[in-house]
Design a protein around this ligand. Structure first.
Ligand SMILES: NC(=O)c1ccc[n+]([C@@H]2O[C@H](COP(=O)([O-])OP(=O)(O)OC[C@H]3O[C@@H](n4cnc5c(N)ncnc54)[C@H](O)[C@@H]3O)[C@@H](O)[C@H]2O)c1
Length: 463
């Protein structure tokens, strides 16, 4: 599969003037992707530093294929960046919102960025009467909030605000591929004409189109993320049971995943989910339930299991090493998942914090070299090389699923370490290979020895 769709797509959309507000992980991919499809796109961000970097073709975060996409967009003249709403909004036909919607202290979604963007758009909008397309993950009813802000603040009274929800499902680390090959494109609107106009922007992409009402589209995004999180917490609970029952979770997964209703994707045990989306989106959905008096015990359990995975990782290391005080733990992986530089809500960072609380000494390595992104107190523990990080360590903990870790020769790693414990918090490595390389392997739901003693078969054979 091509990462970036060839420019000679069989069907091309009619080129439109698009503004994308927010040039972060979602907005930048959207802006550069649309420019690649032939649209004229302006990306707006409130951060002047980010706009300066993007104009100079510097993408300040790790996303495969994105620098190239931004580079070709800039040189084609179809992709521009600015901090000014006035310049670009007045002529836009479509304005996408891709600003961040973090969690409030109470667990709800913080809509200040969306509100601010809506106010700025209202002040700059012109007679092109653009459709406002909300891509930010935001609670059910946000589309109506945006409509309200526009109605009350429009400078040009001939404009009739039209708001559409087009939630984003891309995965960080695969965002460019996901833009050009989405499983589905969800568009929620009050009017079918507006929904169809937005869908036309994506013409040529091979994807299922799902058109719904505005509020339904907003809900779909929360349900999708909450269900993915539920799968992760469910398999984590199963993996803990597997450990206690001396059953391999890998074999259990093989046995259940062939069921088409279940499948294998997003169904791997580990130290839990994190990042800028799943934890905040579950919290926001629970908050919506609380406000409406609708209990959400399943989501509450999903959160609890997820947090418990962090502590159970530390418990496993403590059990293997005895007291953690004064023990050196090398950690591979700081980001919330592989192939990204993002340490927001990273389970690995939580585990590192818990290890430090117990008096362990940490030596840290992450392939994204996230020096500026980790808290200052951790920077002195960072190493640029995985083997160097492991030197003289009593244990090695793999906390993020970077595929690079599979390629590091484990014999060389155990050779520089003082101890033999390898905690694989992502079930990423081959336990047999780790043990052959001299490690005592501890995974999640992977009790050792690997094979359950097949007593039933043997008894039957003996009869
Ligand atoms: N990151 C993901 O994998 C992902 C996937 C699907 C959906 N989402 C959702 O998409 C939205 C954006 O997420 P992100 O990860 O791209 O966030 P981000 O923090 O990477 O980027 C947001 C950008 O918006 C800019 N911004 C904020 N307020 C602004 C304003 N008023 N005017 C102009 N610029 C403004 C910020 O400066 C920042 O650069 C969130 O709602 C998120 O939940 C994210």
């Amino acid at each position: 599969m091509e990462l970036i769709e060839p420019v000679t797509m069989a069907e091309r959309p009619t080129p439109r003037r698009i503004v994308v507000v927010g040039c972060g992980h979602v907005g930048l991919v959207t802006a550069a992707g649309f420019a690649h499809m032939g649209h004229m796109v302006t990306g707006i961000d409130k951060s002047p530093e980010l706009i300066v970097a993007l104009r100079a073709e510097r993408v300040p975060f790790h996303e495969e294929g994105l620098s190239e996409l931004v580079g070709t967009g800039l040189s084609s003249g179809r992709l521009l960046f600015t901090t000014s709403y006035q310049e670009s909004v007045a002529n836009a036909e479509f304005i996408f919102l891709a600003v961040d919607t973090p969690t409030t202290p109470g667990g709800g979604a913080d809509l200040r960025n969306i509100r601010a963007a809506a106010h700025s758009i209202a002040a700059a909008i012109g007679p092109t009467n653009p459709i406002i397309v909300n891509k930010s993950t935001s609670p059910v009813g946000t589309g109506e909030i945006i409509e309200g802000i526009l109605l009350h603040n429009l400078v040009d009274s001939t404009v009739m605000p039209r708001v559409v929800s087009n939630p984003e499902f891309l995965r960080q680390g695969h965002a460019v591929q996901d833009f050009f090959h989405p499983d589905r494109i969800v568009i929620g609107a009050h009017s079918t004409d507006d929904a169809m106009a937005v869908s036309e922007l994506y013409r040529g992409l091979d994807s299922q189109l799902v058109i719904t009402g505005l509020r339904t589209a907003e809900m779909i995004k929360y349900v999708a993320n909450s269900f993915l999180a539920t799968r992760v917490s469910f398999i984590n609970e199963v993996a803990r049971l597997c450990d206690a029952l001396a059953v391999s979770v890998d074999e259990v997964l093989d046995g259940v995943a062939h069921d088409a209703r279940i499948g294998r994707r997003y169904f791997s045990p580990g130290i839990g989910f994190g990042g800028g989306c799943l934890p905040k989106d579950i919290a926001a959905l629970r908050y919506m339930g609380e406000r409406l008096g609708v209990p959400t015990p399943v989501l509450q359990a999903v959160e609890q299991v997820n947090l418990a995975q962090r502590t159970s990782a530390v418990r496993a290391l403590r059990a293997a090493l005895g007291d953690l005080e004064g023990q050196t733990v090398a950690v591979w992986g700081l980001t919330f998942k592989g192939n990204t530089e993002d340490v927001r809500e990273s389970p690995a960072m939580d585990v590192i914090g818990l290890l430090l609380n117990e008096g362990a000494i940490v030596r840290l390595y992450d392939p994204s070299q996230p020096h500026e992104l980790v808290p200052a107190r951790l920077r002195e523990f960072l190493h640029r090389d995985p083997i160097e990080a492991a030197r003289n360590a009593d244990a090695l903990a793999v906390l993020t699923d970077w595929s690079e870790f599979r390629t590091i020769p484990l014999e060389q790693v155990s050779g520089v370490m003082r101890g033999r414990v390898l905690f694989d918090g992502r079930n990423l490595l081959d336990p047999d290979e780790a043990e052959t390389s001299g490690f005592r392997y501890i995974g999640i739901g992977r009790p050792r020895p690997a094979k359950e003693h097949l007593r039933v078969a043997e008894t039957a054979a003996a009869r």
